[in-house]
Design a protein around this ligand. Sequence first.
Ligand SMILES: [Zn+2]
Length: 303
Amino acid sequence: MRPPAAVIHSPDYACDIGPHVFPMEKYARVRQRLISGGWVSDHAILAPEPATDEALARVHTRAYLHDLAAARWTPRTTPSELPLSPAIVASWRLMCGGTVLAARQALERGAAVHIGGGFHHAFADHAEGFCYLNDLAVAIRAVRADAGVGRVAVVDVDLHQGNGTARIFQDEPEVFTLSIHQEHLYPVKERSSLDVGLANETGDEAYLAALADALEAVWAHAPELVLVQAGADPFHDDQLGALRLTFAGLERRDRAVIGGCVERGIPVAITLGGGYSRRLDDLVAIHARTCEVALELSGAAAA
Ligand SMILES: [Zn+2]
């Protein structure tokens, strides 16, 4: 059965970043889990093209893109906490293309799941964290430029604030940025359209209540497309975080965000974002569940 929502991933996302807290292998593992669970067949998964120069230049500065193309350390690339190599840049550029494709597929099919993306700490002119290219921003500018899309919302439910995304769109009122995150934590905060900074040990119920309130502001923006950054790092066994959400709480989070879009007929594109749980199996399970929720809810709407 062809899934009503597009599923996007490329085996070429894999690249060597050495021993690192960021588990690059999670993408292939999530893909495999969706296939073995019968959610999508291997041949139905769409492989993106790398983001074009034109698409990247709508968000990132020329000087920064030159540094990336040469894979060289400069003041613009050194804020990265990843290694830098041509292969790594190529991988991030391909994932950036994956989020562009997800946004376009969401507009066509109502929903799209990108097994990748969500690099919300990348700024227009520099890298930050584990983020070289802000795929969310590149995708939004792409569909606003050539797909007739006006109003867009970013729903960023990663543990960390979407600081790069917030800064990129701070003077673009058509793009509403919501970030709900752990307040006392990396990064240095920028101002999103709406920031919900949560205390350590927030837990499921208080988190979900805060999210429900925040989503009202997203719906009030009347977006024609929603991009979700569905980070897995609010999980209770995450190495970097202390929000302490359970598996069930994270699924309820995803149902609130994705279900809210589907109920309102708003096209929704999902990216995976961060996640640093002690056990890789937990991380893969959380990301896969996000994808499954999107496939289930969009499928029910299409039936
Ligand atoms: Zn994160």
